[in-house]
Ligand binder design. Structure first.
Ligand code: IMP
Ligand code: MG
Length: 180
């Protein structure tokens, strides 16, 4: 049953399951013999993150960050606001950033730069969704599950005003919900 606030389902549970596995296995191959630090960006990535890491066979350490950009929607708002920082030191570590969606690219461009500045040996970006059309910053995911159109999506961790994160699929939010 689709949530009443959804326009339509964009990605079903089955599509998510098979594509996330496919991407995770590619990443896993690259990290054989290594012990990456897998950094989930709270809160949107949590479901993707938990499905992703369960396909990894290399030993991993898990960590999380919560960030926000000042004045969302504003033009080049400047700095990334770190609401929760990592527990682990990234110096010398191979870092895998796991994020729900790359939109303007502001968040990931800044995060990647920050972790490299802190001395990470390597940083790659793994995203569930990519809205390439919206990109404003020079950054691209190393691995991405789905390229999507410029629509506001919810579910599988993604929210609108903190709602809909627990939906098991990705749905397009009805315009009437955010235009009222
Ligand atoms: P960026 O910094 O502009 O790339 O924005 C990335 C962040 O914007 C994501 O982590 C999401 O929190 C949020 N975001 C962008 N598009 C959507 C969407 O369609 N649904 C829910 N959140 C979104
Ligand atoms: Mg987010």
């Amino acid at each position: 049953m689709m949530h009443k606030d959804c326009e339509r389902i964009m990605l079903t549970e089955e599509q998510l399951r098979s594509r996330v596995k496919e991407i995770a296995l590619e990443v896993d191959e690259r990290y054989q013999g290594k012990r990456p630090l897998v950094v989930g960006i709270l809160k949107g990535s949590i479901i993707f993150y938990s499905d992703f890491i369960r396909h990894l066979t290399c030993p991993v350490e898990l960590d999380f960050m919560a960030v926000s950009s000042y004045g969302s929607g504003a033009v080049s708002s400047g700095k990334l606001n770190i609401k929760k920082d990592l527990d682990r030191d990234v110096k010398g570590r191979d870092v895998i950033i796991v994020e729900d969606i790359i939109d303007s690219g502001f968040t990931l461009a800044n995060l990647k730069a920050l972790l490299l500045e802190r001395g990470a040996a390597s940083v790659i970006i793994v995203t569930l969704l990519n809205k390439a059309e919206r990109r404003e910053y020079d950054i691209a995911p190393d691995y991405n599950c789905f390229d999507i159109e410029n629509e506001f999506v919810i579910g599988y961790g993604l929210d609108y005003n903190e709602m809909y994160r627990s939906l098991p699929y990705i749905g397009i939010l009805k315009r009437s919900i955010y235009e009222k």
